[in-house]
Design a protein around this ligand. Sequence first.
Ligand code: DX5
Ligand code: ZN
Length: 219
Amino acid sequence: MIPSAVKIAPSLLAADFANLGEEVARIEDHVEMLHLDVMDGHFVPNISFGMPVVTAVRTVTRLPLDCHLMTTNPVDYLEDFRQAGADSVSVHIEVLPDPTKAMERSAELGLGFAVAINPSTPFAAIEPFVEGCSMILVMSVEPGFGGQEFIDDVLPKVEQARSWIEDHQLDTDLQIDGGVDPDTASRCVAAGANVLVAGSAVFGQDDSVEAIRRLRGET
Ligand code: DX5
Ligand code: ZN
């Protein structure tokens, strides 16, 4: 049974971009935040969307907008994302081995801040920075595309991150992103994740509300 403290963050990448307002409306009352995947074609081999989409989505929802920045120069755009209506950002440790500047700038702007970590990057890479983060994002697929298969090997890292957070008596959110479906969700939560990003498993389903319940382990 997944505890009710689990937060669901549907990834807009899997939504129908021609009807974004309707897509958000059908899940809005059932989730805790929205996950917006920004890709620049440099850090990842794909281009998704940027500020104009964040601005547009801001006008149709009260949900917190969490922007996952898969870009090589995230610091240059923090202010723009804030102005577009982002509530929080995630930046990759593979891009910024020392994310202190990004962290400080985000705090000045009133943005929640997460460090994101690719499947093959060890927890040790982010450990010195966890204390300054409101969230940690553990990737369970290689970033760049939705609809990929969950990489089980990341679960020990999720456990390690959860232990670290508990040992330091922090309330840092621990987000997992990629290939999360009702089956993998329960394993992620058992390992200590409390924020589940899901694209295909939410927007890819006819009944997204039922799909969200399944992710929470309610049905
Ligand atoms: C991948 C993105 C994910 C993706 C998840 O680079 O960071 O957020 O949208 O999609 P699913 O849930 O379909 O794996
Ligand atoms: Zn993402």
